[in-house]
Design a protein around this ligand. Structure first.
Ligand code: C5P
Length: 211
């Protein structure tokens, strides 16, 4: 049986995860957060104290690590790991590894009838033939404000201006990297997530009901 695939791409803190979780629940699709895979690799690198310049050690780490899973953890959301994740995401060997992990997971999964997957290159590279592609847009200030609140609520110390700077930097890195930069995937529906969640849901419901 063909599995339904919905992709959700967009910049940092644009609310992709919130939207993906909503779709996952309402349409009984498994939610996969691709950012977690990059965050786990970033965490491994920091934990093993491997310098980004030491590519041989970095490649060895990836080749020898047990399969990276989608399991989430609060510490993976820290700003330190966010920064490192966008640094390692520029390497082709990292992206190849993460893309294969995602495709294998979907191919080998016998439980779920479909998936909703969020990230930066899901509709443009990883699952180009998805049944529905969404691209989420939110201005920088709103994203920084939302991320700031998230961090404060989770007990991390945070400064709004610093978050805004880091979001701008991550956007720049994601949009200008040579391999799989963040783009609006071909055929994607652009969703404005600056307003209320209800407003966002109203924009996507029409497309979901057509599936
Ligand atoms: O989505 P999240 O903020 O958890 O992603 C962490 C970082 O991983 C992003 O800033 C981005 O650089 C990278 N990433 C990516 N491609 C994806 C998902 C995440 O390059 N599909």
């Amino acid at each position: 049986m063909k599995k339904t695939i919905i992709t959700i791409d967009g910049p940092a803190a644009s609310g992709k995860e919130h939207i993906a979780r909503y779709i996952s629940k309402k349409y009984s699709l498994k939610h996969l957060d691709s950012g977690i895979l990059y965050r786990k690799i970033a965490h491994l690198l920091l934990e093993k104290k491997i310098k980004l310049g030491n590519l041989n050690a970095f490649k060895r780490l990836i080749n020898n690590s047990p399969v990276i899973t989608y399991r989430k953890s609060k510490y993976l959301r820290s700003e330190k790991i966010s920064k490192m994740a966008s640094k390692i995401a520029i390497f082709k060997f990292v992206r190849d590894y993460v893309n294969k992990t995602q495709r294998d997971f979907v191919k080998n999964n016998k439980i779920h009838k479909g998936f909703v997957i969020d990230g930066r290159d899901i509709g443009s590279v990883v699952f180009k033939n998805a049944d529905l592609k969404l691209y989420i847009e939110v201005n920088e200030q709103n994203r920084a404000q939302r991320r700031y609140k998230q961090l404060i609520d989770s007990g991390e110390k945070s400064i709004y201006q610093k978050i805004l700077r880091e979001i701008k930097l991550r956007d720049k890195k994601d949009k200008t990297r040579k391999i799989s930069p963040l783009v609006i995937p071909k055929g994607a529906i652009v969703i404005d997530n600056n307003g209320s969640f209800k407003n966002t849901v109203n924009q996507i419901r029409f497309f979901l009901d057509k599936l």
